[in-house]
Design a protein around this ligand. Structure first.
Ligand code: PDD
Length: 276
């Protein structure tokens, strides 16, 4: 496998990351996960725009243009003959003697690689079990930061209980999943947290909002309460890797009758049409 390392392609086992890389030491960097369907990156432009926003919010300058990065990512996918899978891309602030403040004249480090992954058809079809968990993450969840410890702890708690995702809440309000956005359906209306500093502005979330608009469905972008979550007619999560996945239980209680709901199914169909 060939990976993108700075601006060149290198075999994976020859890439070396310094022990003082700031991504490694401080989690000082950002990342993206981009889905590849049929050899083509899905929603590449919005991912690149979000990457640029994340870098600028942490005052990190990409070592080359976004256009060049796009070209390199396309080559990466081709070189690895990836048809269905993901591209993982991260940019750290680079390597410098350990000191919290930004180093001077350090070149940020870009690394990207591909992973083969089929669509998660079983999950999409059957739905997933979830838990709720307090959202203990920082207050800039809109930045796709390499610091994922809060998410890691919540996801593991879910796994310990035989569940696939943790639905996070802050001050009694649902924010998002540990690695997904969360939607509720109540009386035909879609409800999801507004795209503010408390959630990641998911690309799949945005696609779902576009699909809902095309279907003329009412949407409320607001923070639902935990009580509303438990009383919802349908619940689903979205992300690059999970698409539109039905949630069939929360903390051991079924969502409605414990089967994926009709609006979730309709969105899954519309989403599948969008990816072609
Ligand atoms: N996770 N919220 C969080 C906290 C996320 O980490 C993600 C993505 C999303 C969904 O965003 P998008 O639709 O753009 O993938 C929401 C990625 C896939 C990950 O960390 O693997």
């Amino acid at each position: 496998m060939e990976i993108l390392f700075d601006e060149t392609f290198t075999p994976r086992d020859q890439a070396k990351v310094d022990i003082e890389d700031r991504g490694y030491q401080f989690g000082d960097g950002i990342y993206e996960v981009i889905r590849v369907y049929g050899g083509k990156m899905f929603c590449l432009e919005p991912h690149l725009q979000r990457l640029q926003r994340s870098t600028s919010e942490i005052r990190l300058q990409l070592p080359y243009s976004l256009e060049r990065l796009k070209q390199l990512l396309q080559e990466l996918v081709q070189n690895n003959h990836l048809t269905d899978g993901n591209v993982y891309l991260q940019v750290s602030r680079g390597t410098a003697p350990r000191n919290h403040k930004f180093p001077e004249n350090t070149r940020p480090m870009v690394v990207a690689y591909t992973m083969e992954a089929p669509r998660p058809v079983k999950m999409l079809d059957e739905g997933i079990h979830t838990i709720t968990d307090p959202d203990i993450r920082w207050l800039r969840c809109d930045i796709k930061s390499l610091n994922l410890l809060g998410a890691v702890m919540s996801k593991q708690k879910a796994a310990d209980r035989g569940c696939e995702e943790a639905i996070l809440h802050r001050d009694g309000r649902v924010t998002e999943g540990s690695s997904t956005n969360v939607f509720l359906v109540k009386d035909g209306t879609l409800i999801t947290h507004p795209a503010d500093h408390l959630i990641l502005h998911g690309i799949t979330r945005q696609v779902v909002l576009e699909l809902a608009a095309e279907l003329n469905w009412p949407v409320e972008e607001r923070a639902a309460s935990i009580e509303e979550l438990f009383r919802a007619d349908e619940v689903f999560i979205t992300s690059t890797t999970t698409e539109v996945t039905p949630v069939i239980s929360i903390d051991g209680r079924t969502v409605s009758d414990g089967k994926p709901g009709p609006m979730t199914r309709r969105l899954q169909k519309a989403f599948a049409e969008r990816i072609g």
